[in-house]
Design a binder for this molecule. Structure first.
Ligand code: SAH
Length: 248
């Protein structure tokens, strides 16, 4: 089987939609979207990507969007199982990559437990796409040989992060879902010993209309001299200074 082969009746494809621009879809994502019965999508998937879907495919919104209550993970999994049992060819479309802060793991475990056949199509995760669009190399031989992907929710829940170890092990940190938590995370990184002059980039709505890139320092981020709107990727580390601007 090729990843881009059309779905069978009752099959679910968990598909990464990439950061937003339809040009960054995989060939498999494009093929499966173009010939499926139902698209179950998250809020982060823009209309331009949904428009790549079969004209007659049913669209089901399953995610958070301003004020509306979010569908629970159990409800989403139950919906996917019901659609598959009805013999539909289902594309479960998620922003970025389905397995990076995307709860894809929970969904495939539910599908597997229900005996549904499924396929996984990786997508370009925002934490990789956004820095590329901003001309920031995530690794640079002069700066780092490791990098960390972190969720901003880490400061809200009981944090599992050892911040001192984090800054020692990872010279570059890529923060997802960090729009609100950025000042608190910056303060934690300063406390953990990271230099106040460490460069920071906030990349808002990468590859989407309204994209904005701002840069500053860790001290700026902690002191609210830099802010981030959702959705943003925040890159913290000297690679930000290695930036080459390649598009206006
Ligand atoms: N599975 C997704 C991440 C979902 S978590 C992925 O792999 O990309 C949602 C977070 O992703 C947002 O809060 C933001 O940090 C980031 N994000 C997603 N799309 C983005 C975009 N176009 N520009 C900037 N950040 C984005």
């Amino acid at each position: 089987m090729k990843l881009s082969d059309l779905l069978s009746a009752g099959e679910v494809a968990l598909v990464g939609a990439g950061p937003g621009d339809p040009d960054l879809l995989t060939i498999a994502a494009r093929n499966l979207l173009a010939d499926c019965d139902v698209i179950v999508h998250d809020a982060l998937v823009p209309d331009a990507v949904l428009e790549m879907g079969a004209v007659d495919a049913e669209r089901i919104f399953a995610g958070k969007r301003g004020g509306r209550p979010s569908a629970s993970q159990e409800d989403i999994s139950a919906t996917l199982i019901r659609l598959a049992h009805d013999g539909k060819r289902v594309v479960r479309l998620k922003g970025g990559d389905p397995f990076v802060f995307g709860r894809g793991g929970e969904e495939i475990r539910a599908l597997a437990a229900a005996g549904i056949s499924f396929r996984i199509i990786p997508g370009i995760t925002a934490g990789v796409a956004a820095p590329a669009m901003a001309g920031i190399p995530l690794t640079d031989r002069t700066v780092n040989s490791s990098l960390a992907f972190l969720t901003g929710h880490e400061v809200n829940e009981a944090s599992r992060i050892d911040w001192a170890s984090l800054v020692t092990a990872f010279p570059v940190i890529v923060l997802y879902m960090g729009a609100r938590a950025m000042p608190r995370i910056a303060a934690k990184l300063l406390d953990a010993g990271l230099d106040a002059a460490t460069p920071v980039a906030v990349i808002h709505a990468a590859t989407l209309p309204g994209e904005e890139i701002t840069t500053g320092t860790l001290a700026d981020a902690a002191a609210l001299r830099m802010t981030a709107k959702s959705p943003s990727i925040v890159v913290i580390g000297d690679v930000v200074a290695a930036r080459s601007i390649w598009r206006s």
